[in-house]
Write a protein that binds this ligand. Sequence first.
Ligand code: GCB
Length: 600
Amino acid sequence: MSDNKGNYQADIHNAGYEQEYHEKLLDSAGLINTVGRETESLNGKWNFGVDLYDTCRRAHWHKDIQHNEAGMLAPVDYDWEAWERITVPASWNLERPELHYFEGSGIYTRTFRYIKQDKDERLFLRFEGSAYETSVFLNGEFVGTHDGSSTPFNADISGLVKTENRIVVAADARRSSLRVPMENTDWFNYGGIYRSVYLIRLPRVFIKDWFVRLVPNGTFSKINADILLDSDTAAGKALIEIPELGIRQEVSLQSGKASLGIPVKPGQLKLWSPETPKLYDVKISYIPSGTDAADTVSDRIGFREIKTKGAEIFLNGKKVFLKGVCLHEDHLTLGKTATEELIRSAIRDLKELHGNYFRLAHYPHDSRFAKIADEEGVLLWEEVPVYWAVAFDNPGTYKDAENQLAELILRDRNRASVIIWSVGNENADTEDRLSFMSNLAKKARSLDDSRLVSAACLINHDKLKIEDRLADSLDIIGINEYYGWYDPDFSKLPKILANSDPGKPVVICEFGGDARKGQRGSVDDLFTEDKQKRLYEQQIETFKQCAYIAGTTPWILYDFRCPRRLNRYQEGFNRKGLIDADRKTRKLAFYVMQEYYKEQ
Ligand code: GCB
């Protein structure tokens, strides 16, 4: 039995110590939309301890009990203020050399002051991304645990917060066969609180979420809006305003919810597209009955329609070819931590390629990406890390995957740039996988009726044919193929494309090969830029012959860290980038891709 006895003996015998931390989950059900809200940052220096044996959670360090029951001073094994300081947000692996390969539990702690501004206000704590299982404690109490590295979560701390506060966070970055992703991936497992942490003050009853989008019925003349309060009993009205369109519409809330259809005069709406990334100011207010005091949120939203017909994709009724490239969230010195400048420079590199689209692989990227893509006119594929051999037969793993998907969709479904939700990547075709992933596709559709659903599907290598039972659940079939690289027999690719009749658009969501920057040789020499260039020329020639290919995203824009890649050219990196990991040096294949997209 575990109790309040600090690091007392009892704790070391409690094999089920993790159980209590899984009883209060911070998940998509509690997620609030924070766009346009004022926030108070908790970024900066936190005290940090490497907790290899998870002793903080075993021994309840967060309770900070320094005395025994008789009031005598007893030893404890932590020392918050004496611990070293580390930056939040950051991937801890790149903060100090000794943390480079650390994948255990890291304990973060800091203090903060809170002065109430309004007697009724509520206070929420928000994390944009922390890897992987994160348990949060405030002033000695357990607040909750979140699963998943790349989606946001928040907690209502109104009942726990004081003037002077101590927050303790246990961030456990262990890899596991039951997690999403599982323990084996083709990227580096960065740890830590690597995205922003902040506080948000909200009124007693507030607008928890909104979803405002163009109805995809081909007429471009109706906007649907769903508004959700953080209370299912509050009475009152919701008001939505889009001043530039002369829209001001009110509706009564039922059980804290309202849905409206807003007609728009034909031709009045300037549709969002990569060429004209038009965004409208949208204001939503909650007006409680019998008072003028409103909770108001503002967002900048683009209106566009994305659809498929046969093997083609249509944006705003016009056929579109997705000229893209894949991107990992990986940087030589920042790891998985993004900055606005990094996002903007990736978009500049895409535009230099004459591209219009990114596949954000293989997990949800920083939330600023879709906002900046909205402004810059870039189309996005967003994905959850249902990657390779996830434990498809384990209900807990499904719950985790579905929750990550829901958190991603709730975070980004007001972003016009996002056109595709991907439910996974290269998963073997079993019954368990089929039901797991088709349920994810259903979940995506239930949360969002204005986007397409896809996944990186399979080729039947015996029949040389695109064949995957999951395809029935998808709008677009994604295909990863490495002909001319892992399978050196390039001649199979044209055969596969000719043998297949998918009846849906196919996006080649990966192809390519490794080349070390500056490595030269003949077109047959592996890992040279010359071989990579030749491979791109062959791939592109083949794509041009295939009518149902509706887009391509070569693997990948930048070389990225990968512990599985240990030959002399790789040295810990996947070298399939069109640009080196320095994010500057273009390889020869970059220009081949640029030429192709310029012509398209
Ligand atoms: C794939 C995976 C991707 C890998 C890539 C490769 O099929 O989807 O995550 O990095 O191949 O380089 O092998």
